[in-house]
Ligand binder design. Sequence first.
Ligand code: ARG
Length: 400
Amino acid sequence: MTQRVVLAYSGGLDTSVAIGWIAEQTGAEVIALAVDVGQGGEDLEAIRQRALACGAAAAEVADVRAEYAARFCVPALKANALYMDRYPLVSALSRPLIVNHLARVAREHGADMVAHGCTGKGNDQVRFEVGLAAVAPGVSVMAPVRDSGMTRDKAIRFAEEKGLPIDVSSRSPYSIDQNLWGRAVETGFLEDIWNAPIEEVYEYTSDPAVPRGPDELVLTFAEGIPVAIDGRELAPLDLITELNTRAGAQGVGRLDMVEDRLVGIKSREIYEAPAAIALITAHQELENVCVERDLARFKRQAEQRWTELVYDGLWFSPLKRALDVFIDDASRYVTGDVRLKLHGGRAVVTGRRSPVSLYDYKLATYDTGDTFDQSMAKGFVELWGLPSKIAALRDTAARG
Ligand code: ARG
């Protein structure tokens, strides 16, 4: 018999109702855990108090923003992680960290069950449950919204009947998930994929079409990790926070895309990820300067695989772990500065410099001082084309 259940608690309607719902269905004590991954909004203490008011036996908050920045956002940056070449994994990235803390709190309270408020149609149920199976294989999972008939209407009725302290009328028409790495908005009128997003769906970014002056900054990286803005050293959390503000003010990082979910559905998503897009843009360019050609080519394939694994809920998989080792090694010389101009919704690289650059001015220049021996090119080109030339001759001969 389950005695205690740890619930991933957001403070919203669904998870507030889930507290009483789970207690009724299982007879267990519900321990609510609210995790701060930089989603902003309500004060965590207010959320904690609401959990208790909704009947939680205990309620905890965990401010994991610094951990999220350093151990989740930074690795995603080193992997230039963009699912379908666009989406910087905002939600996919936060779930494994929330899983770690659910498992910790379950251990601390001797709970053998964890609950989440995901529906059965999204990726997040997969990320929670597959992640949990990896870090706490003995803990089982309950998903009331998906598995025990807790629909939205029933949730509202339940909240009203029990007099739960949640404002059921102020619900947004959108399904929103946000954290330090960005913000995802879906449902409502956005489900008609011909409908253009309206300005009110955005929160992290200002309208890029509004005329304003550009913002230029220099980002410093050390071994692939962003460490300073304009020479000011900053921890990842502070650096990402500042970039969200500055790039967001220029409308950088808005995305409108149809996405392939793991569960087989194509869905329309609006994202805004100002810091993530600015950082990935700068980081990719520094790699262009510092990473050897074949390593860079191979890394792009590894990055794509890394990104798909994380998107698909496999953060804790052996392949993802091995790819991390590869990416760390490939990042060894990704050190230097990138100058970025943020303007009109775009982050544009305008300069790069590195003490370990592979860009050799003397090899590249067409001016005097050129050290590249062009006489070597003639033989190189000939040998490079030799296999296809021989094959082409054979093809002609065979055709007769
Ligand atoms: N489709 C995105 C993903 O799977 C975002 C999901 C966000 N969740 C939400 N409730 N809006 O990573």
